[in-house]
Write a protein that binds this ligand. Sequence first.
Ligand code: PHE
Length: 337
Amino acid sequence: MLEEKIKQITDDFNSDIKSVEDIQKLEEIRIKYLGRNGVVSSLFDELKKASNEEKPALGKSLNLLRNKITEDFNSIKTRFESLDDLKEIKIDLTLPGTRRQIGSKHILTQTLDEIKTIFQSMGFSVYEGPELESDYYNFEALNFAPDHPARDMQDTFFINKDFVLRTHTSPVQIRLMESHKPPVRAIMPGRVYRNEAVSARSYCMFHQVEGLYVDTDVTFAELKGTLVSFAKQFYGDDLKYRFRTSFFPFTEPSAEMDITCFLCHGGGCKVCKQTGWLEILGCGMVDPNVFKYVGYDSEKYTGYAFGMGIERTAMLKYGIDDIRVFFENDLRFLKQF
Ligand code: PHE
């Protein structure tokens, strides 16, 4: 008898609880089943009348029933309560959203992008090489004599006897020529390293862009024309320029290109050290000895090369007076570009 009642009440409870829609209804159900005069209590009263043999089993199923009802009730109650919390959170859809901070390209990347665009428009492709170089590529194949002062420990980070952190991007010229037959025309950007004391003017790591053009009948006049065209596009149409003779082991003849100081327009100031001129790059005709190393026929081919520092280029263009700011990641600096 009681056994059946328990079953019946379990079913009733299950169907009651299914249709419950709010917390008041839930409370009513709780009172109906678990209240002092509720269904479950009356079953416990009936248990007292059961025979001694039946009591343990019936008691057990009654306890199970009461626990099940309590648990179901509690879990549904917490669900209703958390729904209520949600209703409390008022959302104002008219408020403006929080703006996400979007980064921007580093000024060196922007400068390099600009340099790339100008040279690509003149038919140069972009080629890259490793930063860890062998002595062969960084010096020997570029015609540095074994006792050349640039190999001195002062300037070069030696990894061991045969390997260095490249001190310039010129070794990429060698790699490009080794792997491509002429004509070749490319710029080669990348990081370079020098073992120098860090100051406003020099840093142990910086960036260069190398340029190389080799073909039959490439002339110094073409080199000048290309570099002048670049400088005018990059620094402005009205600039004056000059080429001074210079020396690099891998070019002959060699030159450095100066432009009139962008600040004083030639009058003389702190940036140009009162000379009115700023050096922007080194260049020259590829030395025939270099062609020997890469297996190009120097009777048939001529070429020019040039190299410029990207930090220096950006410093000149934007009037930045300390190279270290490029690497400090100070947002007050970076956000200006
Ligand atoms: N590699 C030279 C330097 O680092 C620059 C250069 C490149 C000069 C190509 C001439 C030709 O100073």
